[in-house]
Design a protein around this ligand. Structure first.
Ligand code: NAD
Length: 504
């Protein structure tokens, strides 16, 4: 059997990445599929961070004067390059992040979708006209490019997160510096090559408009602390956000934080269980439980708890686990050993807290001794304990029971994170209450749909320890621009606001 890395050279070549870009460096990248080494990527030092940000700022000074619809043309070309390379980039995501191929391809589709969205947006960066209290005056809001946008991304969406930020930032007139996860730099190199192809076709994009910074946390820190980075958009763990947020605030920069989730689904007595099982299954075990929106908690009414849990256990037993590039596989590997260890520790702690564990053990270790495949776990818990309240980035689904609807909503909200949530119910009152002001406190609240797999048209992000940021659709573009309020006097008088008199 050939190892995962045998596929890499031809993929990288077609994507336009020279082998020197991923060999001879110090950052060792391994495939979670079988642990084989994919490359050794050269990293950037502190001095290079400063140079790259300086070049990005120079580039911004030109780009901000390029008309927004023309900026949209560059993003349209990027979308075209992504369409042409969808299969190759999707496979590379599978190789490097371990996602099953359809999810790798889905991630690229998400990039294409956000490019399309941003192209339309490039003609819709509207401000308001506001009634002035003074005669012969007009007030308005104008939106202007912000500056250099620093993007820090996590391993589990190795490329889509960059595109959500970059597509919007570019049409908004900003330049971009991207620090991808140290676990997935190869997919980032491929995106950079595709961007450069698009920029070449575009013709007059300024040098350094979108650049890559390769390295670990220290390189991210240098980016975060650079005074020229107007917005830091950081996606990753709450631990990371707790460091990045204050560091950016200390220099009065802006941050957009997309951090950990602990997403719940409420199953009410009227729920369509066929729909619920499908929804829960995809959201709980898809991407091997390594999505920020993965369903981690199931809050089930007593009357349906046993029936639903039995059906889920049956479905879990039939899950095809294995090589994510093999057609039919639904659950690929965990990213690495540390992730496997964290999962096992959480299961032990949950048991100590009274939980009953189903699944969770390592599988396929004879075939893949250097990779970490697990059976997704279902853990029936007596209460929402500390372990349940913590995000473990692995496929563990905690099941909790409730009696009264208000208790279910209270349990759903009683965690530090606030990303995604869902209810399965055919009771209009319950569904609407869940979506209302006293319902779910998350940034995403769904009815009869699981917690993961958001569309790019909506704003994406969450509350509380999830960080409060919003990316992608709706009016998320505003984070990438600065707002000016303008008052214009076209009269021959100079009346003061609030009736103040200052006659000289
Ligand atoms: P991580 O926090 O370990 O790393 C994320 C990125 O932050 C990496 O690029 C890393 O190098 C960088 N980083 C870490 N510490 C830093 C610091 N002090 N300063 C600057 N940069 C720093 O996360 P991970 O393990 O790659 O990803 C999993 C986590 O990401 C989970 O918690 C998941 O929920 C979260 N996530 C959230 C979203 C979202 O949109 N809310 C999306 C994807 C992943």
């Amino acid at each position: 059997m050939s190892t995962a890395n045998a596929l890499l050279p031809s993929l990288m070549q077609r994507l336009g990445v020279a082998s020197s870009a991923y060999s001879g460096g110090t950052l060792v990248v391994c495939s979670p599929i079988d642990g084989s080494e994919l490359g050794r990527v050269p990293t950037h030092g502190q001095q290079e961070v400063a140079e790259i940000v300086r070049a990005a700022h120079e580039s911004f000074l030109t780009w901000r004067n390029t008309p927004a619809p023309r900026r949209g043309e560059l993003v349209r070309l990027l979308g075209e390059e992504l369409r042409l390379s969808k299969n190759d980039l999707g496979q590379l995501i599978s190789l490097e992040a371990g996602k099953v191929l359809s999810e790798g391809l889905g991630e690229v589709q998400e990039m294409i979708d956000v490019c399309d969205f941003a192209v339309g947006l490039s003609r819709q960066l509207y401000g308001l006209t506001i009634a002035s209290e003074r005669p012969g005056h007009r007030m308005m809001e104008t939106w202007h490019p912000l500056g250099v946008v620093g993007v820090i991304s996590a391993f589990n969406f190795p490329v889509a997160v960059w595109s959500w930020n970059a597509a919007l930032a570019l049409v908004c007139g900003d330049s971009v510096v991207w620090k991808p996860s140290e676990k997935t730099p190869l997919a980032a190199l491929a995106c950079q090559a595709l961007f450069e192809r698009a920029a070449k076709r575009f013709g007059d994009a300024p040098e350094g408009l979108s650049q890559l910074l390769i390295g670990a946390r220290d390189v991210g820190e240098a980016l975060v602390n650079h005074a020229r980075v107007a917005l830091v958009s950081a996606t990753g763990s709450t631990r990371m956000g707790r460091e990045v947020g204050p560091n950016v605030a200390r220099r009065f920069g802006r941050s957009l934080l997309e951090l950990g989730g602990n997403n719940a689904v409420i199953i009410t007595p009227s729920a369509d269980l066929d729909l619920a099982v499908r929804g829960i299954l995809f959201a709980a075990v898809g991407t091997a439980g390594q999505r920020c929106t993965t369903t981690r908690r199931l809050i089930v009414h007593h009357s349906v708890r046993q029936a639903l849990t039995e059906r889920l256990k049956k479905a879990y037993q039939a899950l095809p686990i294995g090589n994510p590039l093999t057609p039919g596989t639904l659950v690929g590997p965990l990213i690495d050993k540390a992730s496997f260890d964290a999962m096992q520790q959480a299961l032990v702690k949950a048991q100590e807290e009274g939980g009953v564990v189903f699944g969770g053990e390592r599988v396929l270790h004879e075939q893949f001794p250097k990779a970490y495949y697990v059976k997704p776990a279902i853990v029936e818990m007596p209460a929402q304990t500390e372990t349940v309240r913590h995000e473990t980035f692995a496929p563990i689904l905690y099941v909790l029971a409730y009696e009264h609807f208000e208790d279910a909503v209270a349990l759903q909200n009683d965690v530090p994170q606030g990303l995604s949530s869902a209810i399965f119910s055919n009771d209009l009152r319950e569904a609407e209450t869940f979506l209302g002001s006293a319902g779910s406190d998350c940034g995403i609240a769904n009815v009869n749909i699981g917690t993961s797999g958001a569309e790019i048209g909506g704003a994406f992000g969450g509350e509380k320890e999830t960080g409060g940021g919003r990316e992608s659709g709706s009016d998320a573009w505003r984070a990438y621009m600065r707002r000016a309020t303008n008052t214009i006097n076209y009269s021959k008088e100079l009346p003061l606001a609030q009736g103040v008199r200052f006659d000289v």
